[in-house]
Design a protein around this ligand. Structure first.
Ligand SMILES: C[S@@+](CC[C@H](N)C(=O)[O-])C[C@H]1O[C@@H](n2cnc3c(N)ncnc32)[C@H](O)[C@@H]1O
Length: 226
């Protein structure tokens, strides 16, 4: 018992969970004949100099905790899901298990866009998922938001500068068409930027399988889940 609490205190409990959940994702790729699991270094993303300085490398979100969070959020059907910095598209594939109308991925790297398009097409063919996947090759900071987009996902894709641009774009879209939007932020290293923006309130901190997320909404008071 004492040994167990020492392990937990040292964070090894979380490490084990992360390894296990990653194994699951390796099998997910094998099952569907897709490629989302392997990391891609920034130098291999073919992103030009200035933008590269602001970008983070490709690392996929783990499917198990994301699925758990989306279940918990219980988002009404028919919404549009957007992954800002979608990488190889694994988050869009998980979103397709829920009742979203469309899953859009915005990705700066041409290499990853091509892989994401292929992954979405193979997955849709194999699962007959009833959702449209759309990949836009764009800088998330320059992406002119569509006013039908409701749920924004970020897995620590870029620095504070691009995050501020993305938040301004979301705010401008809300001014054109007011609606509830959610921002799901995994590994939220720049969460203070969202808090300082003033238009979004933190709905929850969420931890699962050793991975951390924060969820923000523009609606106050906080929406209830379940
Ligand atoms: C940590 S990965 C996350 C990938 C995916 N969202 C996921 O969770 O599986 C971050 C991704 O953001 C992309 N990225 C970095 N800067 C970007 C930008 N300014 N606009 C769009 N994508 C960007 C990277 O190329 C990379 O694929």
């Amino acid at each position: 018992m004492r040994r167990f609490s020492i392990l937990k205190r040292n964070g090894l409990g979380d490490t084990t969970k992360r390894i296990l959940s990653s194994c699951f994702d390796y099998l997910f790729d094998l099952k569907y004949g897709i490629d989302t699991f392997s990391w891609v270094d920034l130098d291999d993303l073919k992103i030009d100099g200035n933008k590269k300085k602001r970008a983070k490398m490709y690392q996929p979100t783990c499917t198990l905790p994301l699925r758990k969070l989306l279940k918990e959020l219980n988002i009404p059907p028919g919404k549009v899901f957007v992954d800002l910095g979608c990488g190889k598209g694994i988050v869009l594939l998980v979103a397709s298990e829920f009742c979203f109308k469309e899953a859009r991925g915005i990705e700066l790297s041409p290499v990853l866009c091509d892989i994401a398009i292929k992954n979405c097409s193979v997955y849709k063919e194999k699962t007959k998922a009833g959702i449209d996947f759309v990949i836009f090759r764009s800088d998330a900071g320059d992406y002119g938001l569509n006013d039908d987009e409701d749920v924004f996902y970020l897995f620590n894709p870029f620095d504070e500068y691009v995050l501020k641009q993305a938040l301004n774009n979301i705010t401008a879209s809300l001014q054109r068409r007011n609606r509830e939007v959610l921002i799901i932020y995994r590994n939220p290293v720049h969460a203070s930027i969202i808090e300082k923006n003033g238009n979004f309130t933190k709905l929850m901190d969420f931890s699962s399988w050793g991975w951390d997320f924060m969820v923000f909404s523009n609606f106050r008071p906080a929406r209830t889940t379940g």
